[in-house]
Design a protein around this ligand. Structure first.
Ligand SMILES: *[C@@H]1O[C@H](CO)[C@@H](O)[C@H](O)[C@H]1NC(C)=O
Ligand SMILES: *[C@@H]1O[C@H](CO)[C@@H](O)[C@H](O)[C@H]1NC(C)=O
Ligand SMILES: *[C@@H]1O[C@H](CO)[C@@H](O)[C@H](O)[C@H]1NC(C)=O
Ligand SMILES: *[C@@H]1O[C@H](CO)[C@@H](O)[C@H](O)[C@H]1NC(C)=O
Ligand SMILES: *[C@@H]1O[C@H](CO)[C@@H](O)[C@H](O)[C@H]1NC(C)=O
Length: 393
């Protein structure tokens, strides 16, 4: 009995010691882990990160979109590159092909499921009724799952498929980026809801967002980079549609109620991320406060080399150079010839807002430079190549 008790004690102390060792040796997700080199990016979102999805399915973003960098429309609602383009570039990866784009695409280093006008929740209105893309986040998830399964299968055929599709291991090693939610907020206002009513459905929106993160995790995704939503009240699109009283405007020309609802969404999103981290402990989920960066830019425009004011660069005139029925690139037939009536301003490089809804390439570049170092991230880790720890190792 005694000997057995002794043995038991020995076993127990070994168990305790080895448990201790395991705990000590498992790298903390933030400190000490080997840094990651992401071989691919899979992006989900709306127009803030659409590199050609909506254009492929519903018609190309018209000129002068693309004028600054691509010199031709390039599926982006901007004069040039988006934050996601600067991100890919910074990770030494090619610009992301849109999943829906069947011509000239190369998915070796990832795919982009974002489409302009996408919401997290599927809408109960059609695109022609409300303008929102039917490719909501749940649909993007289906496309991603299908893309993953089929890539793995088709790549085995070899040949050209090896040069167009990601390696199987890239799906777990990739960076998964998300920039979506803004359209879920405007969707309620479009249905004439009050701010209270909009706030009331935010938990449902974020519940559906969480479902998607969990699903990507189940598929093997481990590194998540989530942008919060920008200052909605600073967009000409919002300001034009919902005229505000003087008291509702801040000193930078933004509508306070809309910025408040965006911030409300963001604080709930941040809580959602905290909750998700508990559910998917093997993942690293970075919450990036893009709102603050965009608002800093708008409120200190001059300091950062931009012109003051939330006036669109590309438009047709009016208080905000924005007309919802003749947006950037709108045309008119004059003497049998099609001419663009909503044109680019002379120098988009000093304008913050491009078309009343989206930012210029110059802004996007500035915003990216602010977030890349992790100063606006929670946890405050950098994205610079080899900067983010590797959760799968
Ligand atoms: C990534 O961005 C950082 C910060 O702006 C910069 O120092 C670095 O050179 C960039 N790397 C690449 C490969 O573009
Ligand atoms: C669409 O309608 C269904 C059924 O009434 C409802 O549960 C859902 O919340 C609605 N979605 C949106 C985005 O309003
Ligand atoms: C696709 O891109 C990858 C990586 O940039 C490259 O190695 C490959 O050759 C490209 N595929 C084709 C068909 O050009
Ligand atoms: C919202 O209100 C406007 C103005 O009263 C009206 O024209 C529009 O039909 C309403 N939209 C919905 C979806 O009820
Ligand atoms: C990870 O990258 C950071 C800089 O982004 C660097 O300070 C750190 O030493 C790197 N860690 C390892 C293990 O390479």
């Amino acid at each position: 009995m005694q000997a057995q008790g002794e043995k038991w004690r020995q076993v127990m102390s070994w168990v305790v010691i080895s448990t201790f060792l395991v705990v000590v040796m498992v790298p903390s997700p933030v400190i000490g882990a080997r840094n990651c080199s992401f071989p691919a990016i899979f992006n989900f979102g709306d127009s803030n990160s659409d590199t050609g999805g909506l254009s492929a399915a519903f018609g190309q973003a018209p000129p002068p979109n693309g004028i600054t960098f691509f010199q031709t429309p390039a599926g982006r609602f901007s004069d040039g590159r988006l934050i996601i383009d600067f991100l890919a570039q910074n990770l030494s990866l090619p610009y992301l092909s849109a999943y829906l784009d069947s011509v000239g695409s190369n998915f070796s280093n990832g795919a982009n499921f974002a489409t302009a006008g996408s919401t997290i929740r599927p809408q109960n209105t059609t695109k022609s009724q409300s303008g929102y893309s039917p490719i909501s986040l749940d649909v993007q998830l289906i496309q991603y799952s299908d893309f993953k399964a089929r890539s793995i299968l088709v790549r085995k055929k070899g040949g050209v498929f090896m040069k167009l599709l990601p390696k199987e291991e890239y799906f777990s090693e990739a960076l998964y980026t998300f920039d979506i939610g803004q359209n879920d907020l405007t969707a309620g206002y479009k249905l004439n809801m009050t701010t209270e009513q909009v706030k009331a459905y935010i938990p449902d929106v974020l519940g559906q967002f969480s479902d998607v993160i969990r699903s990507v995790y189940k598929e093997g995704g481990r590194s998540f980079w989530i942008h919060n939503t920008g200052p909605l009240g600073c967009l000409p699109y919002t300001l034009d549609r919902y005229p505000m009283s003087v008291a509702q405007m801040d000193k930078f020309g933004c509508a306070k109620p809309f910025n408040e609802v965006a911030q409300y969404f963001n604080s709930r999103l941040k809580e959602t991320v905290v909750q998700l981290r508990k559910e998917v402990p093997e993942a690293i989920i970075v919450y990036v406060d893009v709102y603050t960066v965009k608002y800093n830019l708008i409120s200190h425009a001059k300091k950062y080399g931009f012109e003051k004011g939330v006036i669109a660069c590309c438009g047709q005139g009016g208080k905000y150079n924005f007309n919802n029925v003749a947006r950037c690139g709108a045309t008119k037939i004059v003497n049998g010839k099609k001419i663009i009536i909503a044109k680019s301003c002379k120098d988009p490089s000093v304008k913050i807002i491009w078309d009343g809804i989206h930012y210029t390439e110059a802004s996007n570049k500035w915003i990216f430079q602010q977030i890349v170092n992790g100063y606006f991230s929670d946890p405050p880790i950098s994205l610079i190549k080899n900067g983010l720890p590797c959760p799968w190792e």
